[in-house]
Ligand binder design. Structure first.
Ligand SMILES: [Zn+2]
Length: 175
């Protein structure tokens, strides 16, 4: 066992506990998919989730997703800016996010990882799929918004417009 391998295994364990897919663990730690699956099973007692990786921007446009993704990115961005790689920063930020919102976790680790990469891609660019940080003109909270909202002169967040609360109450009635 080399030190680099130890680091990869401990990162893989953390990612598994947060719900990362085996392929995400494998491609970000350099471990084989087989090793990643074994670690996932060992850490969680379950088989790793399969299926597509998130790639949809539509989900991000919902009011509740906007609140949660902004909260998560506010934990992620300073760590990434301080020099942690995307994987380290995402693992730490996601753990903070979970503690902050439990039990109402809206953002799973795969989505959090996806938007982390989106944020990094959008830094310094004006690509339409990127994010920009905008303060809400009513409450002052910082939000990470897509280009359409960023293009507006004044951004009002989903909490202040009542859209987040409305979305949550609709969902509670449905459940
Ligand atoms: Zn606001």
């Amino acid at each position: 066992m080399t030190a680099a391998n130890d680091r990869a295994v401990s990162m893989a364990r953390m990612m598994a506990r947060l719900g990362a897919r085996a392929s995400t663990i494998s491609s970000n730690t350099g471990l084989s998919t087989v090793a990643a699956r074994r670690i996932y099973l060992h850490e969680t007692g379950r088989r790793p989730p399969s299926g597509q990786h998130p790639s949809s921007y539509e989900w991000l446009e919902s009011p509740v997703a906007r609140v949660h993704s902004s909260l998560y990115l506010s934990f992620f961005e300073p760590r990434h800016r301080a020099g942690l790689d995307v994987c380290q920063a995402a693992v730490l930020a996601y753990a903070d996010y979970m503690h902050a919102v439990e039990p109402e976790i809206e953002l799973d680790f795969e989505r959090a990882f996806f938007i982390s990469k989106l944020l990094i891609c959008s830094v310094g660019k004006s690509g339409r799929d990127g994010f920009q940080r905008r303060p809400c003109v009513r409450c002052g909270a910082l939000y990470y918004v897509g280009q359409p909202q960023a293009a507006r002169r004044q951004y009002v967040c989903p909490v202040c417009t009542g859209r987040a609360a409305a979305a949550l109450s609709i969902r509670r009635r449905q459940n």
